[in-house]
Design a protein around this ligand. Structure first.
Ligand code: ATP
Ligand code: MG
Length: 223
């Protein structure tokens, strides 16, 4: 069972887009999945409702007097995998969600604000781990990187800066593609509708690397 959370206090870094893609990848692979939407705009349920293959994915949203901790526990009790999309700011609810996560992915574009937000988010995950007193796997994911074969210098700089600050960066990155910006309008999800496309293969590579990270973290926790 895995609770996978997308967290980055810098807004607009790609959390929601990646949460949509990861849920679609679980569905495409026939694996159980549910989602918790803590983005105040509540984009996940709206998006899933428009895509026939995703219509049945359960999306929990906070409301009434239900605590976020209760929502996460309830979803995790009924679904093997849960994806959580956080808002682009640190709140009490985001700290609770982090502390209950098995894996936290910190999306980061190349700008300095994303880098600073990414490091601050990384520190929050480290704190959540101390509070939870159990390992929380984590990785930075570079977002809107060039889809060309040659890695631009700026991406190398940002990767190095993260690593110098003690944050691990996934080898796979989430390439800049129009198809992700159009997804809500076109209702065309490469992950579901064109598995051979570069876009879908990109998400599959990210998925595989995240699952390997989770497996390593579980193995070291058991040892
Ligand atoms: N790989 C990508 N290629 C192209 N556009 C992207 C990519 N990832 C995200 N975007 C675009 O960037 C914008 C911000 O992405 P998104 O909403 O996923 O960020 P977020 O971190 O959830 O933002 P917020 O903090 O406001 O919740 C959106 O318009 C989205 O379509
Ligand atoms: Mg969002």
């Amino acid at each position: 069972m895995a609770i996978i959370t997308f967290a980055q206090i810098k807004g607009g870094s790609g959390k929601t887009t990646l949460a949509k893609c990861l849920v679609a990848e679980f569905v495409a692979r026939g694996l159980p999945i549910a989602a918790l939407d803590l983005d105040p705009n509540r984009p996940l349920g709206r998006f899933f409702a428009q895509i026939p293959e995703l219509r049945d994915v359960e999306v929990a949203v906070p409301g009434g007097d239900q605590r976020v901790s209760a929502l996460v526990r309830d979803l995790a009790a009924r679904h093997d995998n849960v994806v959580i999309d956080l808002m682009g700011a640190a709140t009490n609810d985001t700290q609770v969600a982090l502390a209950l996560s098995d894996l936290v992915v910190v999306p980061s574009q190349m700008g300095e604000d994303d880098f600073r937000g990414g490091i601050e988010t990384w520190r929050q995950v480290e704190e959540a781990e101390l509070v939870a007193r159990r390992p929380i796997a984590r990785a930075v994911l570079m977002v809107r990187t060039s889809a060309s074969a040659v890695r631009p210098r700026v991406e190398s700089f940002v990767r190095e800066a993260y690593e110098n600050a003690g944050a691990e960066v996934l080898a796979a990155s989430f390439g800049d593609r129009t198809v992700w910006r159009e997804m809500s309008y076109a209702k065309w999800v490469p992950v579901l509708h064109d598995r051979d496309s570069h876009a879908a293969q990109n998400v599959a590579a990210i998925f595989d690397e995240l699952m390997a990270l989770l497996a390593r973290s579980e193995a070291s926790a058991a040892a």
